[in-house]
Ligand binder design. Structure first.
Ligand SMILES: *Cc1c(COP(=O)(O)O)cnc(C)c1O
Length: 403
C-alpha cells in the first residue's frame, strides 16, 4: 500500500498543509498567467548590498555567525530604530537576528506563549500567524478590521471582546498585509490601552515599515507610553530591500522577551544566514535613499494598478502602504473571491489571491481580492491589459454580472 493511505501530519498542523500562494502560483504557471498573487518583487535590491553579500562570501564569512546575529547587523538595527523611532535597544541583549521575520514571529510565539494560552489576531491576518499559534499549541482568537469609507478601520470593540483571562499575546501588523491599510495613532492608542489593562505582550509585525504612500507616517506601537516594555517589534530585509529570498529578519524587544524568543530560535535554526548579515547592515546604514526610491516606485505602481482596477469596474479599496491593493469584485461578478481567483489564471491570464483565506470568517470577506503591485511596470501593464478583457471574456464567466 502506498504511504499516502495514512495521514501522518499532526492534527494541529493539518489545516496548514498547503498555502494559498502555492495553489495560485501553480495555477499561474499552468496557464502562463501574470502572477499578482504572491508578493515578491521582480527586480533586485540595492547593488551595493548585493555586492556586499558577494564580498562577505569571498571574505570567508561562511561559518556559523553568533547566535544573536553578527554585531555589525545588530548595531545597525539598533541605531536605525533609535534614529527613526527614538526607541533604544541594546544591540547585545535586545536585538535578535532571525531567519526572516517569519522565524522571529514563530519563535516569539513558541518562546513567549504557553500551550493553551490565547493569542489574538486581527482579521484579515497574514496566514503565518495562525500557523505559528498552532505550532505552539496556543489558542487563536480574532478581532477584526471593518470597512471604513474606501479603506479599513480596527473594530476596537471586537478586540475588547476577544480578550479573556487566558490571553497572553496580541499580534498586530501595520502597514497591513493583505489590505494595505495603516493603523492610525488613535487605533494604536486603543490597542495599547487594552494591552496595558490586560497585561498582554504585543507583537508588531512591521516588515512594511518603510513602504507607506502619499506621505503617510508609519507609527510603531512600541513608541506609545507604557508599550516599549511589552512590545516585540519584528521587521526584515525582505520587503525593505527587495530580497525576500535572503530570509534575514530581526526582533527588537526588552531583554526578558528577547530571551524567550531566543530560547526557541536557537533550537530551530541556531543562527541566520551569515554572509547576508553584513550586507543588510551595509544597506541599513547606506541605502536609505534607495528605500525612499522604492517607496516612490511602489506608490506610483499602486496608483497605476488601483486606477486601472477602478476603470475596469472593481470597487477598489484605498491602499496606504505595503505591496498590495484589495478590490471588491461585487460590481463585476456574482460568485465569491475564491471562485474568481481560481478562474482568472485560465480565463484572463492573471493570478490573484482571495482575502477570505486570511480570515476565520470567510463569509464576511468573500468578495475581496488581493493584487500585488510590487512588480515592474511592464509586468503590471501586461496584467492590466489582460484584466481589461474581463468584459469580452464575460461569456466564459458563469458568474459574470452583465449590464
Ligand atoms: C512577507 C511577510 C513576512 C515574512 O517576512 P520574511 O522576512 O520574508 O520572513 C512577515 N509578515 C508579513 C506581513 C509579510 O508580508
Amino acid at each position: 500500500m502506498a504511504d499516502s493511505s495514512r495521514r501522518r501530519t499532526v492534527q494541529r498542523l493539518r489545516p496548514f498543509e498547503s498555502t494559498i500562494f502555492a495553489e495560485m502560483t501553480e495555477l499561474a504557471i499552468a496557464h502562463n498567467a501574470v502572477n499578482l498573487g504572491q508578493g515578491f518583487p521582480d527586480s533586485d535590491g540595492p547593488a551595493s548590498m548585493l555586492a556586499a553579500a558577494q564580498q562577505a562570501i569571498a571574505d570567508g564569512f561562511n561559518q556559523y555567525p553568533p547566535g544573536r546575529g553578527m554585531p555589525v547587523l545588530r548595531n545597525a538595527i539598533a541605531a536605525d530604530r533609535a534614529r527613526r523611532y527614538g526607541t533604544e535597544y541594546d544591540p547585545d541583549t535586545q536585538v535578535l537576528v532571525t531567519v526572516g521575520a517569519s522565524e522571529a514571529i514563530s519563535a516569539a510565539v513558541l518562546g513567549l506563549v504557553e500551550p493553551g494560552e490565547e493569542i489574538i489576531l486581527i482579521e484579515p491576518y497574514f496566514d503565518l500567524y495562525a500557523a505559528a499559534v498552532a505550532l505552539a499549541g496556543a489558542v487563536r482568537r480574532t478581532a477584526t478590521l471593518v470597512p471604513d469609507g474606501d479603506g479599513f478601520a480596527l473594530d476596537v470593540d471586537s478586540l475588547r471582546r476577544a480578550i479573556t483571562a487566558k490571553t497572553a499575546m496580541l499580534i498586530i501588523n501595520s502597514p497591513h498585509n493583505p489590505t494595505g491599510s495603516l493603523l492610525s495613532r488613535e487605533e494604536l492608542t486603543a490597542v495599547a490601552d487594552l494591552a496595558i489593562e490586560h497585561d498582554l505582550i504585543v507583537l508588531t509585525d512591521e516588515v512594511y515599515e518603510h513602504l507607506t504612500f502619499d506621505g503617510r507616517e508609519h507609527i510603531s506601537i512600541s513608541t506609545l507610553p507604557g508599550m516599549y516594555e511589552r512590545t516585540v517589534v519584528v521587521s526584515s530585509a525582505s520587503k525593505t530591500f527587495s530580497v525576500t529570498g535572503w530570509k534575514t529578519g530581526w526582533a527588537c524587544a526588552p531583554a526578558p522577551l528577547i530571551d524567550g524568543i531566543r530560547a526557541a530560535k536557537q533550537w530551530m535554526t541556531f543562527v541566520a544566514g551569515g554572509p547576508f548579515q553584513p550586507a543588510v547592515a551595509h544597506a541599513i546604514e547606506h541605502e536609505q535613499a534607495w528605500i525612499a526610491g522604492l517607496r516612490d516606485d511602489l506608490q506610483k505602481r499602486n496608483a497605476l494598478l488601483s486606477t486601472a482596477l477602478s476603470e475596469i469596474g472593481f470597487d477598489v479599496r484605498r491602499s496606504e502602504g505595503t505591496y498590495y491593493v484589495c478590490a471588491d469584485i461585487a460590481p463585476l461578478y456574482d460568485g465569491d473571491a475564491m471562485s474568481f481567483c481560481r478562474a482568472i489564471p485560465e480565463r484572463l491570464g492573471v493570478a490573484a489571491v482571495p482575502v477570505s483565506v486570511f480570515t476565520d470568517h470567510p463569509a464576511d470577506w468573500d468578495r475581496l481580492v488581493r493584487f500585488t503591485f510590487c512588480k515592474r511596470d511592464e509586468t503590471l501593464h501586461a496584467a492590466i491589459d489582460r484584466l481589461r478583457r474581463i468584459h469580452e471574456a464575460a461569456a466564459e464567466f458563469p458568474d459574470f454580472r452583465h449590464g
